[in-house]
Design a protein around this ligand. Sequence first.
Ligand code: 5GP
Ligand code: ZN
Length: 144
Amino acid sequence: MAADCIFCSIVDGSIPSRTVYEDSETLAFLDANPLAPGHTLVIPREHYARLDDLDASLAGSVLETLHELVEPVESAVEADGSTVAFNNGPAAGQEIDHVHGHIIPRFDGDGGGPIHAVAGSPPELEESELDSIAESITDSHDGE
Ligand code: 5GP
Ligand code: ZN
């Protein structure tokens, strides 16, 4: 539990939420300022700031809950699809530093954009730069 964390307060019940799912490790509730009807947030009960702070098991549990809820969320509001995403870190627009995945129902012709719309100005990268980035990622993950 982190002091002054709204989502920790939702977990402990001191701030109310429209909870739609809970299990021993995760919780899901409606977003208070929805981008679409049915906009749902999935969080780990324990406080971690970023997705990469979770261990693999807890990350798996969060993904399981997202996976479990996509269809019920979409069908509750008769959506045609959904955008499922994390704002990971302040640079990516994360405002609440308790990791959370968004399920945002989407509707044909809703005027919203794809995930590709999040980048300000996409870079033009040389083949050698792409090779070097790919190599760096490959070298730095633990392979598990
Ligand atoms: P972020 O920008 O950090 O990825 O998203 C935070 C989300 O939390 C926003 O969509 C915002 O509407 C939602 N939110 C902020 N405060 C509360 C709250 O007290 N209750 C609920 N249910 N959602 C909240
Ligand atoms: Zn928290």
